[in-house]
Write a new protein. Structure first.
Length: 378
C-alpha cells in the first residue's frame, strides 16, 4: 500500500488523475464545463426535433415522384402495364414514361415543421397552403376516389385516341363515372351507365346533359334513360342544386367507348388524369410494327381528351426533375405548361412542347431519328 500511495501522490503533484493498480481516482466521472454545455445543447436539439415533428402545419409539399415506363411492367409485378386482346401487338424498346408528383400534406397526411423546412431549401420541391391544393371539405377517401375516377377516364380516352390514330372507328358515349356524396341518384343510376336521353333530350355530349337538366328546377325529378348492360333503363331521378344554382344530378360525367379490342392498363396505385398522353403513345407503340422511340428514353406528361388534345397538368417542375432522375433524355410537355417549364429544365433533359396526340407522336418519331432540330420547344 505504501508503494501505491507514493505513486498516487506523484500523480496528484502532476495534477493528473487516474486509476492505478485497482485504486479509483475520487474525481473520475465528473463532468467538465465543456461536457455540460455539449450535453445541454444535445438535449435542446433533441427537444427541437421532437417538437418540430409534432407540430403539424397547414401546408402541402410537392416533390418529384417516380417515373413509370408505359412499355414495361406494372410496378412491383411482372404484368405489363398495357395489354391488348383482339388486335396484334409488336415488340417495343426504349421508354415512354409517365411522370408523377408526390404530394404530402393532404387530407390524412399532414406535414410537420421539418417537412416544410426541408422543402423550402430543395429547389425541386414546392410548398403551398394546403387549401390551394385540396378542398378543405373533402376527405382522404374522397380524394382517393376522385383520383381513381380521373385515372380511369384518362385510360379510357387514351385508348380511344390511340386506336383512332391507327384508323379504327371508336364511337363515344357520355356515361356516369361516379356519384357525388350529395347525389339523390344512388340506387337509380350506376357507374358506367350510358346516357341515352335526359328529359326527352337525346344526349351526345356532356354539355347536352347539363343543358337538358335545366328543364326542371333543383329538387324536382327528371326522366333519365340510360343503357345498362346492353339494355335501356328509364328512371325518374330527383335532382339537386348544383353550382350557381343550376339543376344537377350529382353525378360525375365520363366517357365510354365501343372499342374494337380490349386494352387493359395497370398503372398500380397512381391516380389522376395526367398520364393520358403517355398512355396513348404507349398503346400506339405496342399496336404498330417497329419501335416508336428508337430505343430512346422519353418521358412526358399531359392529360388527353377524346379529341386528342393535350391539356395542362400540375407539378410540371417536379415532373421534369423526376424524369431526369429516372434517366429520361427527352420530355414531352403540354404547351399550356410552357411558362412553368422555362427555368426549371434539369441539365441533360430536352423538352418539347405538344398540344395534341399527333404532335406528341411526331415528336417521338423525330427523337427516334435524331431529327429534333425543328421540334417546337417551350
Amino acid at each position: 500500500m505504501k508503494t501505491i500511495k507514493r505513486v498516487l501522490d506523484q500523480r496528484a503533484a502532476d495534477d493528473t488523475y487516474a486509476a492505478w493498480d485497482g485504486v479509483d481516482d475520487p474525481r473520475r466521472g465528473r463532468l467538465t464545463l465543456g461536457n455540460k454545455i455539449t450535453l445541454g445543447l444535445f438535449f435542446v436539439l433533441l427537444a427541437l426535433l421532437v417538437a418540430g415533428s409534432l407540430i403539424k402545419l397547414p401546408y402541402a409539399v410537392m416533390s418529384p415522384g417516380p417515373t413509370v415506363n408505359t412499355l414495361g411492367d406494372s410496378p412491383g409485378t411482372s404484368k405489363p402495364i398495357i395489354s391488348v386482346d383482339g388486335l396484334p401487338t409488336y415488340e417495343t424498346d426504349g421508354s415512354l414514361k409517365f411522370t408523377t408528383v408526390r404530394v404530402e400534406g393532404g387530407p390524412g397526411y399532414p406535414v410537420d415543421v421539418w417537412d416544410v423546412l426541408q422543402a423550402w431549401v430543395d429547389p425541386s420541391r414546392d410548398v403551398f397552403p394546403v387549401d390551394d391544393i385540396f378542398d378543405p371539405e373533402v376527405s382522404q377517401e374522397q380524394v382517393a376516389e376522385e383520383n381513381a375516377v380521373q385515372m380511369e377516364g384518362s385510360q379510357e380516352e387514351a385508348t380511344a385516341v390511340a386506336l383512332r390514330g391507327l384508323g379504327k372507328d371508336v364511337p363515344t358515349h357520355i356515361a356516369v363515372a361516379g356519384l357525388a356524396p350529395t347525389s339523390k341518384a344512388k340506387g337509380l343510376l350506376e357507374a358506367k351507365d350510358r346516357f341515352v336521353t335526359v328529359g326527352g333530350t337525346d344526349i351526345t355530349t356532356a354539355e347536352s346533359v347539363r343543358t337538358a337538366l335545366q328543364q326542371v328546377k333543383p329538387g324536382e325529378p327528371i326522366e333519365v334513360t340510360v343503357e345498362r348492360a346492353g339494355k335501356d333503363v328509364t328512371v325518374d331521378v330527383p335532382t339537386i342544386e348544383g353550382p350557381n344554382g343550376r339543376t344537377a344530378l350529382g353525378v360525375i360525367l365520363g366517357l365510354t367507348h365501343d372499342f374494337p379490342a380490349t386494352v387493359t392498363i395497370d398503372a398500380g396505385s397512381v391516380g389522376g388524369p395526367s398520364a393520358g398522353l403517355m398512355f396513348s403513345l404507349g398503346i400506339y407503340d405496342k399496336l404498330t410494327p417497329g419501335s416508336l422511340t428508337g430505343n430512346r428514353q422519353v418521358a412526358g406528361t399531359g392529360t388527353i381528351d377524346d379529341g386528342g388534345k393535350v391539356g395542362p397538368i400540375g407539378g410540371i417542375k417536379q415532373k421534369l426533375a423526376g424524369a431526369r432522375a429516372g434517366g429520361a433524355e427527352f420530355f414531352l410537355a403540354p404547351a399550356e405548361n410552357c411558362s412553368e417549364v422555362v427555368g426549371n429544365v434539369p441539365d441533360g433533359l430536352e423538352v418539347f412542347k405538344v398540344s395534341t396526340f399527333d404532335e406528341g407522336r411526331a415528336a417521338v418519331e423525330a427523337i427516334a431519328k435524331n431529327r429534333t432540330g425543328s421540334l417546337p420547344r417551350c
